[in-house]
Design a protein around this ligand. Structure first.
Ligand code: ATP
Ligand code: MG
Length: 234
């Protein structure tokens, strides 16, 4: 897997905001990248483009070498459903579905119909994230940390190529936050899950293997290119 952003800019023209300015970023399979920077610097805008939720105003996005700009919304939605998983600060679980129903959703949306297979996959994953006992609960009956573990299970159940996490610990106390970060790290190390995570927190960023710093819509530091530079020099 390789996802590339080349010279991507995003302008919200109704408010004349340049949320991203000439951003280039390359993600390889197995990367765990933290996107850091102050509020308003463009982290969520960048993640929405990486996660194929939003399109750039200019520049291009390539997935495995294929330019995505020309895809219509329907194709983009299909691609996103198959290849991307999302985790958000406020969990975004569906309140009328139980935890196991929430987690099963991406499989059902992608057309899997074998109920027994789905149930087994969901049960295994809930076990793995440590909330098997909460399978029949509704989201409102869980703690924040448990809800986020359910949200992560839902985000990875269909084995997406990229897991996009926008401030996944932003609404948790530090202990529950640590559990979530450990879980992400485990997914990255054991399953080679590619992860792109936006965060304000240096502590959260330290769980990633690569850090990208943004200011005012631009990438100001990318450890990957630093590594390349120093490898070239040495
Ligand atoms: N739909 C929109 N219309 C106009 N401006 C927007 C829109 N969405 C975001 N922006 C602006 O774009 C800039 C970048 O926003 P973004 O949400 O990407 O920042 P962020 O780094 O994720 O911030 P935070 O850390 O607070 O989540 C901000 O100045 C914001 O006000
Ligand atoms: Mg944000």
């Amino acid at each position: 897997m390789k996802l590339e952003l080349r010279g991507v800019s995003k302008k919200y023209s109704d408010h004349d905001v340049n949320a991203l300015r000439d951003v280039s970023l390359s993600l390889d399979g197995g990367d765990f990248v933290a996107i850091c920077g102050p509020s308003g610097c463009g982290k969520s805008t960048l993640l929405n483009i990486v996660g194929l939720i939003d399109k750039p105003t200019s520049g291009s996005v390539l997935l495995d070498g294929e330019e995505l700009n020309s895809l219509d919304d329907e194709k983009l939605t299909a691609l996103r459903g198959k290849r991307i998983g999302f985790v958000f600060q406020f969990f975004n679980l569906l309140s009328t579905l139980t935890i196991e129903e929430n987690v099963a959703l991406p499989l059902e949306l992608s057309g899997q119909t074998e109920e027994a297979d789905i149930r087994k996959k969901v049960a295994d994953l809930l076990e793995r994230v440590g909330i098997a006992k909460r399978a029949k609960f509704y989201p409102s009956q869980l703690s924040g940390g448990e809800m986020q573990r359910a949200a992560i299970a839902r985000a990875v159940i269909h084995a997406p190529q990229i897991l996009v996490a926008d401030e996944p610990t932003g609404n948790l106390d530090s202990e529950s936050g640590t559990v979530i970060l450990e879980l992400l790290k485990q997914l990255n190390e054991n399953d080679n899950q590619t992860i792109v995570m936006a965060t304000h927190s240096a502590e959260a960023a330290s769980y990633a293997s690569r850090r990208v710093d943004m200011r005012d819509g631009r990438i100001v530091v990318d450890q990957a290119s630093e590594l390349k530079v120093s490898a070239g020099e040495g």
